[in-house]
Write a protein that binds this ligand. Structure first.
Ligand code: GDP
Length: 178
């Protein structure tokens, strides 16, 4: 904790089904490149320094691979903010987030924990299987959490999702410090 009451290093977990683009999103944010093929077995974390509304923060981003319960539990515990990622081309990838969100709320015992819903692959509009309205409706039913559509390929809305989740964490930290 800094003297002004907010922590300067945040752990962000990127969660969602395999193939939705979690690694590509993370690489695009951290390194500014689109990596077409990425070893899906690699489970890694990356650091990035950013400024959010004039505050300098360091993000430790956990790009979660695999669906082993052990790793999911660990990310759930460590995460201070979550990006719940699905692909707009896969309806099942959105459904799979319902369980993950429930796990977050249960683990953190907090229905307002910092979460952003992310519909990735927005460049594949012709293959869209999830309407914007449907995803938005789900985000509203989860306590009005923000919903963004991103494209890791085109670098669309990537910074926005990370900054949004940081803003939510900072707001919570400041409220707690009051
Ligand atoms: P992960 O398993 O969730 O980490 O998914 P990856 O990041 O490995 O991406 C899975 C596949 O989707 C790869 O073939 C990527 O090239 C592709 N992909 C990821 N993001 C996008 C995107 O925004 N647009 C398109 N068209 N393809 C993407």
């Amino acid at each position: 904790m800094s003297r002004s009451g907010y922590q300067r290093e945040y752990h962000i977990a990127v969660l969602g089904s395999g193939g939705v683009g979690k690694s590509c999103l993370t690489m695009q944010f951290v390194q500014g490149v689109f990596v077409e093929r990425y070893d899906p077995t690699i489970e890694d974390s990356y650091r990035k320094h950013i400024d959010v509304d004039g505050r300098h923060v360091v993000l430790e981003i956990m790009d979660t691979a695999g669906t082993e319960q052990f790793s999911t539990d660990m990310y759930m515990r460590l995460g201070q903010g979550f990006l719940l990622v699905f692909s707009i081309t896969s309806a099942s990838s959105l459904r799979e987030l319902i369980d993950l969100r429930e796990q977050i709320v249960r683990t953190k015992n907090d229905p307002t924990f910092p979460i952003v819903l992310v519909g990735n692959k927005s460049d594949l509009e012709e293959d869209r299987a999830v309407s914007r309205a449907k995803a938005f409706q789900l985000s509203q039913s989860w306590g009005n959490i923000p919903y963004y559509e991103t494209s890791a390929r085109r670098a669309t809305n990537i910074n926005e999702v990370f900054i949004d989740v940081c803003r939510q964490i900072i707001r919570k930290d400041l409220a707690r410090a009051r």
